[in-house]
Design a binder for this molecule. Structure first.
Ligand code: GTP
Length: 567
């Protein structure tokens, strides 16, 4: 008889103290005791969360990856094979829980006798309930001074409608009453409904990339059996492989001759590429196709951040590391991205901030990479109020054609003055260099254009007279005036810069005068002399303004031209 089970955890909302996951309800500790009781591991004082194998899990004291172990248990003269999956408790890793449930018939819902039901307990209960799994509530840490198991029993009855006498009260730390958990599993969790005589149907519920052996797929067999040497097909890729090794997780990999329906184990079939054996895939025997299992809903990322190699020459190594790690953590989404400052990289989506931190730490620890992670952001939907490149230039779309999967050809009718200066530069920069551009003359078109004069102290500067579209006149005029103000050197007199359509002034900027200190040489002394000097200076300025010959620097002309086409 084979039972499958899964341990869940009820735990407080960790968002209040996201990186100090010390208030755990004790499911990995319970897993230790179950492994000891069944003789799967030796009973020593050093067994502390043995299923938390990753360095990041050890360092942070939390489970981030679901771990599987097969246990043999003798009860009333019969031997039972139980498969246990220890799942993470933090909400950021709930995707691990939901996937694990699809390989189980029941769950142990572990609740701290001191803290009682927490948000995560409720969420996990309903995940299991919806999957129609048997739920065994386990009240842990009854050894604690403030433990109140009776209060927790009442909560369980009230919230989950599970009779209080179905709760098992234990201390995973001391091993108190843990044996009754195993007995409850046998009595209350039904064996899986599987068909050994049918052709193989195996669900890949987890995958790991091993540097030497390629992809190691964790599988739950729903039908049939599989042995070394069998030819199998991936429903996802339709690729065929020869099975090199099958085995059980005890909790370490232990090769066996076969895996049978109802068992959970691992399978190695020479899959070298991380796109093979995706989580949720169904494996079947060559020439015996089966209906694929439903697989998993894809995870929905909540937090996004850019990831770049610290050194661009490490780009390919980091790419391969990300691919391998996302095989093991399929809840991360990856899109290529690039930044002017940081170079080529990716935009990654995570289920939360802790998930992002853990992924980054695993990349560094397990793949020896060094990355720059940008500030995390959440997704927004934005309606762009500023017009895009092409729209802003009064273009009319004429044609659109997909040349292949990655290329699209667009044909537009543009006013020539909109593209003549910097359209090409903007296009290249907006498309990160991918877009190319060519144009041919399409003849004259009627348009609402106006002649715009630029005046410096009332004199029209002929070189700056422009023709602009009526709708853009105000913004172009304003920007030209601003740019001229920046490029004109200050003089002894004030310069008024104006944009005008006919006699109507539509924009104005002023370049302030240098104030020459005519009193610099008058130390102390006679106030009337000072007044005289200041009066003469003001008269001089008036003269200069009238006859003022303002030099406009060369680059001001280019800046003005660019203004027209940018607007
Ligand atoms: N006093 C007492 N402490 C316990 C008991 N069971 C677990 N603990 C302690 O509670 C802490 C958390 O235990 P874990 O087993 O890591 O908890 P977990 O539920 O696996 O947590 P996550 O992996 O983060 O989901 C550890 O310090 C354990 O030693 C118990 O029965 N009594």
């Amino acid at each position: 008889i084979i039972h499958l089970m899964c341990i869940l955890l009820g735990k407080p909302d960790m968002s209040k103290f996201p990186y100090h996951a010390h208030v755990d309800h004790g499911k990995s500790t319970l897993a230790d005791r179950l492994l000891e009781l069944t003789g799967t591991i030796d009973k020593t004082k050093n067994n502390k969360q043995v299923l938390d194998k990753l360095q990041v899990e050890r360092e942070r004291g939390i489970t981030v990856k679901a771990q599987t172990a097969s246990l043999f248990y003798n009860f009333e003269g019969k031997q039972y094979l139980l498969n246990l999956i220890d799942t993470p408790g933090h909400v950021d890793f709930s995707y691990e829980v939901s996937r694990s449930l699809s390989a189980c018939q029941g769950v142990l819902l572990v609740i701290d006798a001191n803290e009682g039901i927490q948000a995560q307990t409720v969420a996990n209960f309903f995940l299991a309930f919806e999957a129609q799994l048997s739920v065994i509530p386990v009240i842990n840490k009854i050894d604690l001074k403030n433990a109140d198991p009776e209060m927790v029993e009442k909560q369980i009855e009230k919230v989950f409608d599970i009779p209080r006498n179905e709760c098992i009260k234990i201390s995973a730390k001391l091993g108190t009453n843990v044996e009754s958990v195993l007995q409850a599993v046998i009595e209350r969790i039904p064996p899986p409904k599987v068909h050994r005589k049918n052709p193989l149907r195996a669900l890949v519920f987890d995958s790991i990339f091993d540097q030497y052996r390629g992809v190691i797929a964790n599988v739950a067999l729903f039908d049939g059996m599989v042995s070394k040497g069998d030819k199998i097909v991936s429903a996802h890729t339709q690729k065929t492989y020869e099975v090199n090794e099958v085995g059980v997780l005890n909790p370490n990999e232990q090769p066996t001759l076969k895996l049978y329906a109802g068992q959970v184990g691992y399978l190695i079939a020479g899959m070298k590429d991380v796109t093979e054996a995706q989580i949720g895939d169904t494996l079947y025997l060559h020439n015996h196709p089966v209906e694929p299992l439903p697989g998993f809903k894809s995870a929905k990322p909540m937090v996004f951040a850019g990831m770049y190699p610290t050194d661009q020459s490490e780009y390919n190594n980091l790419k391969s590391a990300i691919e391998k790690l996302t095989l093991n953590d399929s809840s991360v989404t990856v899109h290529r991205d690039s930044s002017l400052a940081l170079g080529a990289g990716w935009r990654l989506g995570f289920l939360g901030l802790l998930h992002m931190e853990v992924f980054n730490q695993r990349l560094e620890q397990e793949y020896n990479t060094s990355v720059i992670l940008t500030t995390p952001t959440v997704p927004y939907k934005a309606i762009l109020s500023s017009a895009k490149l092409i729209k802003a230039r009064r273009a009319v779309q004429k044609h659109l054609m997909f040349i292949d999967q990655n290329r699209v050809m667009l044909k537009y009718l543009f006013p020539l003055n909109e593209i003549v200066v910097d359209f090409y530069d903007s296009l290249k920069s907006l498309s990160s260099g991918y877009a190319s551009f060519d144009y041919e003359d399409a003849g004259y078109q009627t348009a609402e254009l106006v002649k715009m004069d630029i005046l410096l102290n009332g004199n029209i500067v002929e070189e700056l007279v422009t023709v602009v579209h009526k709708e853009k006149a105000y913004s172009v005029g304003k920007t030209i005036c601003e740019r001229l103000k920046d490029s004109l050197p200050r003089q002894l007199f004030e310069i008024a810069i104006q944009a005008a359509i006919g006699s109507k002034i539509i924009a104005r900027e002023t370049v302030k005068a240098y104030k020459k200190n005519v009193l610099a040489k008058c130390y102390g002394g006679d106030i009337t002399r000072k007044m005289k000097l200041l009066k003469r200076q003001a008269e001089g300025k008036k003269k200069l303004r009238k006859i003022g010959n303002i030099e406009v620097p060369k680059d001001a002309f280019i800046k003005v031209l660019k203004t027209q086409s940018n607007k």
